[in-house]
Design a protein around this ligand. Structure first.
Ligand code: GDP
Ligand code: CA
Length: 361
């Protein structure tokens, strides 16, 4: 953090996927609003959807996006918008509160869409509004801003790219060859059970970062990698040409929060993605995959991306022993990383900011 006065909250830019990303960002907002009430509307207003804390920008994964039933569906953008805007179903953990599925049943009767990929009626309103703006020629970033004007997520929410660069999964076919399917088909229909041979971002070479993305990374006081899926959430954001370089070059410290605790994914099936790219499901291996900024040899092309890596207390010993090995050049801190309550998640965000503020070794 560059010497920000106490009255000004740091400008924080977060790379995030959907559910894990939004849970983390909610804690981050809680933390910023508690510590810098003057800058962000006061702690009593730390309810979701309570207005803007302009100091946080979230760059969201768009690799999961797809055209379905004629509509552009953006799962991660919407998960973040609903969760931070106070519209999500807290019990289920995703989607809209008070949702129904009457339209989906009609579409299934017509054989339109994917019967295993439910689009709720309220959620369909979002997809119809977005698709109508896209068909009028607006870029996704502008359509997202219009949707957010209603939900007030309290962050600047940016798609990683306005271009369509969907994640495809290569799997073995019956004939002994391979076939590709959309990430959502692999994830939702097959529950990630078909062994993935590779992930590709269709047309990614033509994709450009959405307006504001590179600036948000360059001008931030702190850049954070949410504890989102390292392959198909953070990895796909970093796959958009220009974004990883912006992370390498920013003057801000870059800190990641581990989505892996004690050698296991906390929730979800990220291990199926990590094994496909040859990365072990461990906090050390994922940190080493991101790599130390300024040092070559990370799992991603070019130099590494991280100054700091926040791991769970369960991983304290392995992280310490990796300090001169796989995690060389990355400062680590071990703290409890389970998101149980918003207060505990806020403490995780505070730890990430504290790690960012530590001088380089
Ligand atoms: P998605 O796009 O909805 O799949 O969600 P993300 O990619 O943003 O986040 C999914 C990741 O969040 C999973 O790989 C989990 O390992 C991680 N995750 C979920 N809950 C927690 C938690 O309580 N603590 C930590 N550290 N990570 C979590
Ligand atoms: Ca996702």
């Amino acid at each position: 953090m560059s010497a920000a006065p106490r009255s000004a909250a740091p400008r924080v830019t977060v790379l995030a996927g959907g559910v894990g990303g939004s849970r983390f960002v909610r804690g981050l907002l809680h933390q910023l609003r508690t510590e810098w009430p003057a800058a962000a509307g006061g702690p009593e207003e730390s309810m979701p959807g309570s207005g803007t804390a302009a100091s946080v920008t979230v760059i969201a994964n768009t690799g999961d996006d797809l055209w379905l039933a004629g509509l552009r569906v953006c799962p991660d953008l919407d998960s973040i918008m609903y969760a931070l805007g106070g519209a999500n179903d807290e019990e289920r953990g995703w989607g809209r509160r008070g949702e129904s599925e009457r339209v989906s049943a009609e579409l299934t009767a017509y054989g339109v869409g994917w019967p295993w990929f439910t689009l709720g009626d309220l959620d369909l309103g979002t997809h119809i509004a977005r698709s109508s703006w896209l068909r009028e020629g607006l870029p996704l970033s502008e359509a997202t801003a219009r949707l957010c004007a209603r939900w007030n997520p309290g962050v600047a929410l940016l798609p990683a790219t306005d271009d369509e660069a969907e994640t495809l999964v290569t799997v073995a076919d019956e004939a002994g060859g391979t076939r590709q399917l959309h990430f959502e088909e692999w994830w939702v229909r097959h529950r990630a059970a078909l062994p993935a041979l590779a992930f590709t971002q269709h047309n990614v070479e033509r994709a450009r970062p959405a307006p504001g993305v590179l600036e948000a990374i360059a001008e931030a006081d702190v850049v954070l990698f949410a504890p989102s899926n390292p392959v198909v959430s953070v990895g796909t954001i970093l796959g958009i040409p220009g974004i990883a370089d912006a992370v390498r070059q920013t003057a801000a410290p870059v800190v990641g929060i581990s989505p892996i605790i004690g050698g296991a994914v906390v929730r979800g099936m990220a291990d199926a993605c990590l094994s496909a790219i040859g990365v072990e499901t461990s906090a050390v291996a994922v940190g080493a995959h991101y790599g130390a900024r300024g040092l070559p040899g990370a799992g991603l092309p070019g130099a590494g991306l991280l100054d700091g890596w926040l791991v769970d207390s369960a991983d304290a010993a392995v992280a310490a022993s990796a300090a001169t090995g796989p995690l060389a050049g990355i400062r680590t801190l071990a703290r409890p990383l389970w998101f149980h309550t918003v207060e505990e998640t806020a403490a995780i965000a505070a730890d990430a900011l504290a790690l960012a503020a530590r001088p380089r070794p």
